[in-house]
Design a protein around this ligand. Sequence first.
Ligand code: XMP
Length: 510
Amino acid sequence: LVIVLDFGGQYNQLIARRVRECQVYCEVHPYNMSLDKIREMNPKGIIFTGGPNSVYKEESPLCSPEIFKMGIPILGICYGSQLMAYLLDGKVETAPVSEYGKTEVAIRKTDSKIFEGVSPETVCWMSHTDYIAQAPEGFEITADTPVCPIAAMEDVSRNLYAVQFHPEVLHTVEGQKMLSNFVYNVCGCSGDWKMDSFVENTIASLREKIGDGKVLCALSGGVDSSVAAVLLSKAIGKQLTCVFVDHGLLRKNEGDEVEAVFGPDGPYELNFVRVNAQQRYYDKLAGVTDPETKRKIIGEEFIRVFEEEAKKIGSVDYLVQGTIYPDVIESGLGKSAVIKSHHNVGGLPDVVDFKEIIEPLRSLFKDEVRKAGLELGIPEYLVYRQPFPGPGLGIRIIGEVTAEKVRIVQDADAIYREEIARAGVDKGLGQYFAALTNMRSVGVMGDERTYDYAVVLRAVNTSDFMTAASAELPWEVLSKVTSRIVNEVKGVNRVLYDCTGKPPATIEFE
Ligand code: XMP
């Protein structure tokens, strides 16, 4: 185990993730965690993160200098490096020149344990206004830049290492190498941790925490809530109740697929409640065309349905949420203008009587959640499921939602997904789906005039879903999908492809 002490930087979880990529288990903890607690956890190494403060300001987060006497190797990053210098009587000052962005760093001690195999001139990501003006006694300067005389320093005898730059971000070209050098060469970790240990440890600690308490989970069938539910099921079995709301806006067969995995005939021990609220949603959405109003109705109705089920179950001790780390960041930002009001289970706590929220995946990134899912034996089609918005097909049907339109978009989307998979072009795509325009146009079929809907196909390449480019799908695939949709899906006589990126469009249509 390596622990990351969080001093408020933006990349804290990323550091932990990079360490886990070295097959070494890593967790983030608050900077003021007690030394006793740290001793109890018995980590092989500690990493201090960056942070927005200046060490010499009164209100800045500090830790006890006793930490340096525990004999545990420590790596300080950015603010963490300055903190190490400050607490050990070095000097930290405002730098005459701040450095932001990619910076060439010269490694002065090429045989340093953390720079093993790193080029003598290496590009690193800097982001600082303060710097270490004087290293503490016993430290050797191991790297610098033209304006930062101490870009890295170390005291080998005490196993203390510090870097002013951020090895955890990809812009630091050899950052991963440096972090792996720290955990292997300095901390002596063996690198035998795998996702199975995370799964095992999480199950054990959930079991211990929950005891004989009752737990409620809102299951959407998406990968995050599915993995969270299976972890809980393995930990506490029937003390867990999963409520799955079928709002009639799911992809084709999705409700049944979720039930097959989590229901009474599936492999997991839990109480599964499927609420068939399809008609209820269609009634509420009848005649509504405004996208934000539709989103609001779907979100509110979800809360209402869930509340009714929760009442039947009575008070529970814990509520499970499948929050993953990127959700934590996104909700933390919250400053940008509302483009779309996202729907997820964030609104639930008000309506359910419970003591505490459990978020077992809070520290994981999406690909790590998928690995955990495979480890838990969740079927691959669930684990690798396309991202699907909370309001479901409700925002992929432009204009009014009706049961008939849901059927059209479900069938068209199923054909599209099937053909994409068959052609093997799904691997590189960030997201792809069919949507239904509210445009009808004239066509001809078997000598008859038709006046039917146009389906639109969308496929985007994206890594962060904040920006996206329309994907160049092979023409053969598009024409095959088109011909199947117009032939097999009643009510459609035209298929369009969306060539727009995000921005200016968004990935979904509403
Ligand atoms: P947009 O359309 O905003 O979508 O470019 C970006 C990503 O977010 C997904 N999305 C949602 N996910 N609740 C969700 O959980 C929502 O309300 C929601 N709206 C959009 C969308 O599928 C894409 O992956």
